[in-house]
Design a protein around this ligand. Sequence first.
Ligand SMILES: *[C@@H]1O[C@H](CO)[C@@H](O)[C@H](O)[C@H]1NC(C)=O
Ligand SMILES: *[C@@H]1O[C@H](CO)[C@@H](O)[C@H](O)[C@H]1NC(C)=O
Ligand SMILES: *[C@@H]1O[C@H](CO)[C@@H](O)[C@H](O)[C@H]1NC(C)=O
Ligand SMILES: *[C@@H]1O[C@H](CO)[C@@H](O)[C@H](O)[C@H]1NC(C)=O
Ligand SMILES: *[C@@H]1O[C@H](CO)[C@@H](O)[C@H](O)[C@H]1NC(C)=O
Length: 439
Amino acid sequence: MISRSSSCFLSAGLCYSLGLGWLQKDRMLLGSLGLLLALSTLCSSLDNGLVRTPPMGWMTWERYRCNIDCKKDPENCISEHLIKSMADKMANSGWRDFGYEYVSIDDCWSEKKRDANGRLQPDVERFPSGIKALADYVHSKGLKLGIYGDMGNYTCGGYPGTTLDTIKIDAETFAAWEVDMLKFDGCYSNSTEKAIGYPKMSAALNATGRPILYSCSWPAYEGGLPPKVNYTLLGTICNMWRNYGDIQDSWDSVLNIIQWFARNQDVLQPAAGPGRWNDPDMVIAGDFGLSYEQSKAQMTIWAILAAPLFMSSDLRTISEDAKEILQNRILLYINQDALGKQGRRVITSGPLGVWKRELVNGQYAVAVLNKGTDGTPKPYVTSLGLLNITQCTEGYKLYDVFAQEFWGEFKSDTAINMQINPTGVVLLFIRPASIAHHP
Ligand SMILES: *[C@@H]1O[C@H](CO)[C@@H](O)[C@H](O)[C@H]1NC(C)=O
Ligand SMILES: *[C@@H]1O[C@H](CO)[C@@H](O)[C@H](O)[C@H]1NC(C)=O
Ligand SMILES: *[C@@H]1O[C@H](CO)[C@@H](O)[C@H](O)[C@H]1NC(C)=O
Ligand SMILES: *[C@@H]1O[C@H](CO)[C@@H](O)[C@H](O)[C@H]1NC(C)=O
Ligand SMILES: *[C@@H]1O[C@H](CO)[C@@H](O)[C@H](O)[C@H]1NC(C)=O
């Protein structure tokens, strides 16, 4: 059997040699391990059985905002047409098979008024078939539907919000529509209302009997250093939570978020685990604002952080380069690791930051990010010893995730030489040498 402590040696049934298909087998292994770990997890998290690994999917906001002009811009306005066309792409262009599962509508989907029974209702022109029919469509593609609400008088876009007295009816409405996820924003409420409302919505969703991924924007509204929310409590009421401000389509924005997560990692890192994830916000790799190097950098740090991966880009026109990054098998394997332990920044050296995440079976991911912009790749030399990856005395195999290159076997004092491109990253996947040595 698999034991988490004897990570240097695995039973023959779980081992295979490094070569074609090695990762596919890992993904199967991941599935069975996930179940074992789910049963043995010690930390307490929202008990709805969902997202034992970080959720993956697509979300409207960063790319499509509050575009409601379907007359002038029918292909890009927030509408059932947009959601269906993304669901089609997710099912037909490989995304679903890589684990991208949720198709999520953000703000600006509803009418400006509740209906005669006090229920939220979708905009009749943009969602003529209704949300239940849209959920049926998304489900028929093997995907899940997400929706958006706001704890407060209005949504951030000015649509009807959920006040303390409409939490129950809104939870029931979402469940009746067979929605699978709720992103619950926090505009137009004060701290006291949020402190009552977020746990109350959690209980109301539970009472519907439908497992609904609950994404809370609460801590993003209570910012500050150190963060002012109780992360232990968050983990017991929410499946994921936005910690910080909205991501924008730029490297500045991505770097700002990364640095905020690094500065606050002593609070954030222990809060995450199976069923409860920190959310640095949507993946903009594949959009307009990031270079190829920067796209790899965002995905790398999100993988190290065990972050939810919600793309917000146009999957109908996305470039092959971006798709290759977003569908990098080993990167996704790292993000989806069953141990569910968020990584940390462990070393800084000039413009370089070294990030490390512990994975199942004594494996690790190590990333070096170069935030420098002087146009020259930076050399960096380290070793497994310096990285404190020394448990397996027979050594480790190193694999460069983006170059898709096997670097060989390393002992604890073997020099690891890298060149990190400006605003770029090197991501290494590190596994005990014994794993691949097995027949
Ligand atoms: C509701 O909470 C209970 C107790 O934590 C849990 O056993 C149950 O699975 C939850 N149900 C849903 C639908 O989330
Ligand atoms: C929400 O509406 C109530 C009732 O109109 C009002 O008293 C309160 O100040 C509003 N809260 C916010 C944060 O806008
Ligand atoms: C927050 O809003 C509630 C209800 O609208 C009100 O009773 C309370 O005084 C407000 N609290 C603060 C700190 O503003
Ligand atoms: C944070 O929440 C947890 C779980 O609800 C609770 O046990 C703990 O006392 C809270 N901590 C603080 C400082 O309020
Ligand atoms: C390695 O461990 C030492 C001693 O605990 C610690 O000072 C150092 O920061 C660690 N380095 C890394 C990269 O984790």
